[in-house]
Design a protein. Structure first.
Length: 581
């Protein structure tokens, strides 16, 4: 290769044009929607939601994207379709009057189909082409394709006409959805539609342990990346909601802002005042330890801060929770009336785990809360295994982190392997774990609160006695006695003993002080007496010394006078050594 030879750049092909469906969650899975100007096959068994899926595709296009659509049905009449979707809030009649949607029912009788070599879909093309041109349709639905070929067993003709149909739709430039019935291992009865379609979406309705779950899977999508997992979807009064579960990257934003737990003493144990905003908190404990009360206190504090809260209750009704919290000084009803708090209460057995996940997502998207409580998550084990519950919570926590929602889970702890596994599994996912345990002593049961972990912040490692009273929740210091931790009446007894001991000690010190003062007085009196005695003795001694001095002075004076009288000298009078010899 020559030195100056340049490697030619490969031109980048433009991205595949896509048409948004408007179905919640589906456009995220398909990274934009269905392929524009190409046919998409939506297949599944009876009751999985194919017709509703295709209807919502047409309705959302007309309402949200101003794209008129044609819905050609081969099973249900126009007025039947309008009645079926009216319960979901869709008004097909009004849209039809506005020429945004055209409903066309084509009756096909098996007995009228003759298997001849001249069988074709030219009549359908003419009818469908007229409907498209009459409103300038951009979207088309054919529901269902099997009816076009019912009673036709000539596979050669059947395959040729299916290919013609798909090619004709492409030439018209419409984004088409064709529904098909699944038959055995094949995605459709004919087994050809999935191969000639540019996009294939499989809907599934399964029942496990008497609980039904609907799931969606994008089997193929030519020219585009797409989510490959099975995704649960929910059909309710708002239509279809699909839950994407593939966005599990660990790149979510984090916050250093703190929010209060609603219990001042617990905030103190968390050193700088509460949990991180957008974090996940687990409160676990045995029955009756006050887990729901902790969650309600958390919610109450958030509502006081004017933050919207959503409370998912899987065990008690909202009325029960509101009544119970009044007994400990919390009025949740006022937050409910102001629109700051909303409850979502249901038994876990109402849906499967995936349906609960979709329902939670949908409720959060609609209400847009800052605080979410799930109480208790252990009830979900009744509709799934421990690993399935953990998988669900992973998705939930991921969703909450992406939305910067602070969530508090409560979990019931029992002395069983299943619940221990649940605690351990969930606790590894959350950012903070508060454990409340029973402390039995002195013939009564009290509660102790522990902070098992709190990521990213220093926290107290000590046990606090958890007290629930008519004034709310509080944590008090536990007392350590000779036999260990003292709580409740044992703590009160210890406190009284210490107060009594302090009084006795003070009294003893006072008595000793008085005795010391008395002894000091006596000693000081003795000292004063000895000082007086010493002064008297000193005075007597001084008197002798003074008399001696006076005597000496007088004798000296007398001597001088005698000398003067004799006119002599003291030397002459006094004997000397020489004279003595």
């Amino acid at each position: 290769m020559a030195k100056n030879t340049k490697i030619p750049k490969i031109p980048r092909t433009p991205k595949l044009a896509k048409t948004p469906t408007g179905i919640s969650g589906l456009d995220e899975i398909t990274f934009g929607g269905l392929p524009t100007g190409r046919p998409t096959l939506v297949c599944g068994t009876a009751g999985c939601g194919k017709t509703l899926f295709s209807l919502e595709f047409i309705i959302r296009g007309a309402m949200d994207y101003n794209e008129p659509g044609v819905f050609m049905a081969f099973e249900e009449k126009a007025h039947e379709l309008a009645t079926n979707v009216a319960s979901l809030g869709f008004d097909l009649r009004t849209l039809e009057e506005q020429k945004l949607i055209k409903l066309d029912y084509v009756h096909i009788d098996k007995s009228e189909i003759a298997e001849t070599g001249e069988y074709n879909l030219d009549g359908l093309f003419i009818r469908l082409g007229y409907a498209i041109d009459s409103i300038g349709a951009k979207r088309v639905v054919l529901d269902t394709i099997e009816n076009l070929f019912s009673g036709l067993s000539n596979q050669g003709i059947l395959r040729a006409e299916i290919r013609r149909l798909f090619q004709w739709l492409k030439e018209k430039g419409v984004t088409a959805v064709i529904t098909g019935e699944r038959d055995g291992p094949s995605l459709t009865r004919q087994g050809l539609e999935e191969y000639v379609s540019d996009c294939v979406i499989l809907l599934d309705h399964r029942v496990i342990d008497q609980i039904s779950t609907r799931r969606l899977r994008v089997v193929k999508y030519r020219g585009s990346l797409h989510g490959t997992n099975e995704y649960p979807f929910l059909i309710d009064e708002d239509g279809i909601s699909v839950l994407p579960v593939t966005s599990l990257n660990l790149d979510k934003p984090v916050s250093t802002q703190r929010i209060s737990s609603g219990i001042r003493s617990l905030d103190t144990m968390l050193t700088e005042g509460g949990f991180y905003k957008g974090s996940s908190v687990l409160v676990s404990g045995t029955a009756g330890t006050g887990k729901t009360s902790v969650a309600a206190s958390f919610v109450n504090a958030a509502c006081e801060r004017k933050e919207k809260c959503l409370f998912f209750a899987f065990e008690e009704s909202p009325q029960q929770i509101i009544r119970n919290m009044k007994s400990i000084g919390m009025d949740l009803q006022k937050h409910l009336d102001k629109g700051m708090l909303q409850f979502y209460a249901s038994r876990p057995t109402l849906y499967g785990l995936e349906m609960h996940l979709v329902a939670i997502h949908k409720a959060i998207r609609k209400f847009k809360p800052k605080i979410v409580v799930l109480d208790p998550i252990t009830n979900l084990i009744t509709v799934g295994s421990v690993s399935e519950v953990k998988s669900m919570l992973v998705r939930l926590i991921d969703f909450f982190q992406s939305e910067q929602i602070t969530v508090m889970f409560t979990a019931l702890s029992l002395n069983t392997i299943v619940n221990e596994q649940t605690d351990e599994g969930v606790s590894s996912l959350v950012d903070a774990w508060i454990l409340i345990r029973d402390i039995e002593s002195n013939g009564e049961r009290n509660k102790g609160l522990y902070i098992m972990k709190s990521r990213g912040m220093p926290h107290s490692n000590q046990v606090r006695e958890f007290v629930i009273s008519e004034n709310g929740l509080d944590l008090v210091d536990v007392y350590l006695g000779p036999e260990g931790v003292l709580t409740g009446s044992a703590r009160m007894q210890q406190m009284l003993q210490e107060e009594t001991g302090a009084v006795l000690h003070t009294h003893a010190l006072s008595r000793k002080d008085r005795e010391i003062i008395r002894k000091r007085t006596m000693l000081e009196a003795k000292i004063e007496s000895l000082r007086s005695e010493f002064e008297s003795a000193e005075e007597e001694l001084n008197k002798v010394y003074v008399e001696e001095d006076i005597k000496k002075a007088v004798m000296e004076e007398n001597r001088k006078k005698m000398t003067e009288l004799r006119k002599g000298n003291a030397r002459d009078i006094l004997p000397t050594k020489k004279n003595r010899k």
